[in-house]
Design a protein around this ligand. Sequence first.
Ligand SMILES: Cc1cc2nc3c(=O)[nH]c(=O)nc-3n(C[C@H](O)[C@H](O)[C@H](O)COP(=O)(O)OP(=O)(O)OC[C@H]3O[C@@H](n4cnc5c(N)ncnc54)[C@H](O)[C@@H]3O)c2cc1C
Length: 498
Amino acid sequence: MRREDSLRQIEEHRQWDLLVIGGGASGLGVALEAVSRGYRTLLVEQHDFSKGTSSRSTKLIHGGVRYLRQGNFTLVRDALRERGRLIRNAPHLVHDLAFVVPVYRWRDIGFYGSGLKLYDFLSGRLSLGKSRILSRTETIQRLPSIRTTGLKGGVLYHDAQFDDSRLAISLAQSITALGGVAANYVQVVSLLKAGRKTVGAAVKDVFSGAVYEVAARATVNATGVFADQIRHLDDAAESPVLAASQGTHIVLDSSFLPASTALMVPKTEDGRVLFAIPWHNRVLIGTTDVPLKEVSLEPVPLAQELDFLLRHAALYLNKAPKVSDILSMFAGIRPLVSSKQGPTSALSRDHQILVSNSGLVSLVGGKWTIYRKMGEDTVDAVEKAGTIERRRGAGTSDLRIQGADAGNGTEQVERLHPSLPHTRYDVLRGVKEEMACTVEDVLARRTRALFLDARAAIEIAPAVAAIMAEELGCGPDWEEQQVASFRAVAKNYLPPQK
Ligand SMILES: Cc1cc2nc3c(=O)[nH]c(=O)nc-3n(C[C@H](O)[C@H](O)[C@H](O)COP(=O)(O)OP(=O)(O)OC[C@H]3O[C@@H](n4cnc5c(N)ncnc54)[C@H](O)[C@@H]3O)c2cc1C
C-alpha cells in the first residue's frame, strides 16, 4: 500500500463509483464493503487513517453490557454477531478477553450474574465462553490488585479486545488488495455539483497542495464528528445532527492490574461503566463522558476527567494511582446522534444513515465493533438511492482482513526504547507497507508508542525521524520539523506537571 500509487490513481482516474470521505472505522468499513461488491472505490482521509476517534477507543469489540441496561437488545445482538465475525475474519487482530465485575454487595451477585447470562444468551453460538459467578478467592486470583475490603465475589464474562489503529491499517490494506484506492493526507475541500446533485468532490493533497476533481456516482460522508461540516458543504441550510461527547483514557504501568483479566465497574458515580484493561503490557483505564461544544482532531483530556478516572481507579484497586503514574493519556470524541435533551451518556450509540436532497449519503454514530455492518448498511443505502446499479459482489461477511499485528519485530533486532517493544523494523514496515508519512503516524498509529508511554515515545522521536528520512530520502530539515511537530502533539499525552 503506497501513497504515490493512490495519488497516481486519483490523478489518472477521474470517474469513480463511490467516493468515501473519512478514513476512520466508518469510512474504512464502507469502502471495504463497496470494493468487495465490485464498485470502483476511492477513500480519502484528510490526516492519517484512524487519526480521529478511531485510534482513541477503549479497544473493545463488544456487545456493550451497558446497552443491556438500556434495553437496547438489537444493538447488543448485532454487535455480538459482528464480534463473532471479526474474531473469525481477523484472528491476528481481535482476541477473547475475560472480564470480572467485582461485587461488594451480596444482592449485586444475582443482579449482574443474571444480566450477564442474558448477554451469553444473546451471543448464541458466537459466545466466547459462559459467564459465571466467582467466589471471593477466585475473584482475587483473577484480579490480584482488586480492593478486598468488603469484597463478596465477582462475575466473570467474556468479550473481545483489539488494537483500533492496527485494524484500521489492515482495513486500508484490504481495500487496496481488492483493487480499491485509499489515500491518507487527502482532504475534501468542496463538493462537486451537477445541478442540485452531488457528483464528487474537490480533494487536496495536504503535502503538495495539489487539488484534484474527483467525479463519483455516489459520495459517502463518513467523517465522524466532522460529518455536520461536510453536510454543511453539501447544503448550507442543513441543521446539525451530531452531539459531541469526549471520553478520556489513562494508561498505567501493569503493576496496577497485574492480570490477564480485565476489570469492569458496572456503575460509576455518573452511571457509566468503567474498564481497567490489560493492553500491550500496560493497563488502560476509561472512560469518561463530557459533552463538548467544539470538536478537534487532537482533543485534550480535561483535569476533571483525570480526577474522575484516578478517583474511581482508587476505589477498586488496592494501589491508588496518582497523576505522576500516568504513562499516557488520550481523549476521543464520540459522534453521537443528537437528541435535544438528556445527558450525552444516554444518547444512541447506534448508527444512522442520512441521504440529503443532493444524494450525499452520511453515515453517523455507531461504534468500532459494528463497523462492517455499518459499511454494509451504507452501501445498501447507496444502492437504494439509485445512482449506482445494484451489485451482487461477495461482500464482507466472510472476508479475511489483511495485515499482521504491530510490535512483532524479531527479538534479535534492538528495541528503540527499553520500555517499548518496537524496533527499526516496525518503523520501516510503517513507511514501506502502511503509508506512514510522519513520525506521528509511526509513533501514534503504526506502533502505539505514544499511547503506551508518551515520554518514551518523545525520546525515540529523533531516531524514528532518522530511520524514516533515510527511507524516504528526506533531509535534516525534514527530520527536525517532524520531531518538533511530534513533540507538539505528544505533550498532550503527558500527565500535567505539578
Ligand atoms: C472514548 C471512546 C471509546 C470508545 N470505545 C469503543 C470501544 O471500545 N469499542 C467500540 O466498538 N467502539 C468504541 N468507541 C466508538 C468508536 O471509536 C467510534 O464510533 C468510531 O471510531 C468512529 O469512527 P468514525 O470513522 O465515524 O470517526 P473517526 O474515526 O473520527 O473518522 C472520521 C475521519 O474523517 C476524517 N475527515 C474529516 N473531515 C474530512 C475531510 N474534509 N476530508 C477527508 N477526511 C475528513 C477525519 O480526519 C477522521 O479521521 C469509542 C469512542 C470513544 C470516543
